[in-house]
Design a protein around this ligand. Structure first.
Ligand SMILES: [Zn+2]
Ligand SMILES: [Zn+2]
Length: 178
């Protein structure tokens, strides 16, 4: 059976962004990408009112309960701001070598910083974070090369500096893992 990378919107996500991720993730990974056909609501139990943020691990847990027979990677996409243990916020999270991963668009959106909306920039940033988290599910760790997509983004400037492609070493690691 052919297996696919699935995109799962958690909460409403703009069509154009999903379409952009779908076609570009397909190109980068050489896997077909499908969209999960059901609306997945934001898990309210993940909300931390003190922080006004959502606990990311709950999103991964939610994704792990989805039964998708032909999925080998599941990428959740949400608009809400995520955090995890010992980190003030995260752009995304993944289970290393596992199935589930998640990205948050909240801090990739220039409006978060009271700047005018930049749709193209948001799409590119989302693609970088999506490729990064999918890279983790495929077993890749962080890469010290600041232009490689597997470089750890501590801040948005790290995300903007890196490309949405793997460096030669990460490409090699990726091809060796199959
Ligand atoms: Zn990472
Ligand atoms: Zn690399």
């Amino acid at each position: 059976m052919e297996r696919f990378i699935y995109l799962v919107s958690i909460g409403e996500i703009e069509r154009e962004l999903i379409e952009f991720l779908k076609s570009n993730v397909e190109k980068i990974f050489n896997y077909k990408v499908k969209e999960y056909p059901h609306l997945v609501p934001i898990p309210s139990e993940a909300y931390n009112p003190k922080r006004k943020q959502y606990y990311s691990n709950q999103f991964l847990k939610l994704l792990s309960t989805l039964i998708i027979e032909d999925a080998f990677i599941v990428l959740g996409i949400t608009n809400v701001d995520l955090y995890t243990d010992r980190l003030n916020f995260i752009f995304g999270q993944a289970i290393l070598g596992g199935r589930e991963s998640i990205i948050s668009l909240a801090r990739l959106d220039s409006r978060f910083y009271n700047l005018p909306f930049d749709k193209e920039l948001l799409k590119i940033r989302a693609l970088k974070e999506a490729v990064h988290e999918i890279g983790h599910t495929l077993g890749l760790s962080h890469c010290p090369n600041p232009t490689c997509v597997m470089y750890f983004s501590n801040s948005l400037s790290d995300t903007d500096r890196k490309s949405y492609n793997f460096c030669d070493l990460c490409k090699l690691r990726l091809s060796n893992s199959f």
